[in-house]
Design a protein around this ligand. Structure first.
Ligand SMILES: [Mn+2]
Length: 291
């Protein structure tokens, strides 16, 4: 597997789109997590635009789709959040295979693992097989909290601080929109510059990679920490699909056998590839073929 980083515009209509159709992206598989529907910080309008212009064989929901924690604190459910759910059900009815792995903010759904509800299969974990035959494990990542953080009290404090950061993020976004500036995440900016946050990200990545290695898969896709990434970690690759409260990112397997990290671009009104890994199997050596 070779790793490459590319920055490119993926807005060109793909092969399967009909003239005049809104379809801009066609994938074999797509992984989305940390949407946080029911929270004020969810960027549902951007996600809705993405889903309406995207076709995919499989759609994987990698946890924290509905933020039940936030809704318990204060009921918030605008029309755009409803439309995201409706769009997911439309896609399922039109043939997209949807598998949902609940996270911690929607842990109530974990009890339904193994069930198939409204055309959506619910599971605790799932292994996707790529077009090239590689196995990719998908999990939310909250099961590693005890290895990353130092107890529940600090996790709670971290959650409060994160909420405050997102509140500032939201207010800044409002001012920037008013002034005509595109969306920019203050929360991501700060996270990347705080040493402790960087340490926690490293510990989380190590825990996920270690778990995936035990499962003997070729790669792992998770969410939870709202830190998008696509990187090679020894023999396997680590992908974090990010979130839709600050980064607006997702992971996709292209029809040409590439694993891509995409980011929504508000001005282009489509997603752009910000990193990719080739999934093509290396040709077997002559020796192996003879054997
Ligand atoms: Mn989570």
């Amino acid at each position: 597997m070779s790793t490459s980083s590319i920055i490119g515009n993926q807005c060109q209509p793909q092969s399967k789109s009909r003239p005049g159709s809104l379809l801009k992206h066609s994938f074999n598989a797509l992984w989305l997590s940390d949407i946080h529907l029911g929270s004020k910080d969810c960027k549902a309008e951007y996600l809705l635009q993405l889903l309406r212009q995207t076709q995919t064989e499989s759609l994987y929901l990698v946890g924290d789709i509905i933020d039940i924690w936030a809704m318990k604190r204060r009921m918030y459910w605008p029309e755009s959040h409803n439309q995201v759910l409706q769009q997911l059900f439309i896609m399922a009815r039109n043939g997209t295979k949807i598998i949902y792995v609940p996270g911690n903010h929607d842990e109530e759904f974990k009890a339904y693992a193994g069930f198939h509800l409204w055309d959506v299969s619910i599971a605790k974990e799932h292994i996707h097989t790529t077009l090239g035959g590689q196995k990719i494990l998908m999990l939310h990542g909250d099961q590693f909290d005890s290895q990353v953080c130092v107890g529940k009290a600090l996790t709670k404090l971290g959650d409060r601080l994160y909420d405050l950061l997102l509140l500032l993020n939201r207010q800044l976004h409002r001012v920037r929109t008013h002034l005509g500036y595109p969306y920019w995440s203050l929360a991501s900016y700060i996270k990347l510059r705080v040493n402790k946050a960087q340490q926690a990200i490293g510990l989380f990545r190590a825990a996920v990679v270690c778990y995936a290695q035990d499962k003997r898969v070729d790669g792992v896709i998770c969410g939870h920490i709202h830190q998008p990434e696509l990187s090679q970690q020894g023999k396997i690759f680590y992908a974090n699909d990010g979130d839709w409260v600050e980064n607006c990112t997702f992971i996709a397997e292209s029809e040409l056998g590439e694993l891509q990290l995409h980011k929504w671009d508000e001005q282009a009104k489509c997603s752009l590839v910000i990193a990719s890994i080739s999934l093509k199997r290396k040709p077997k050596s002559l020796k192996q073929q003879v054997a």
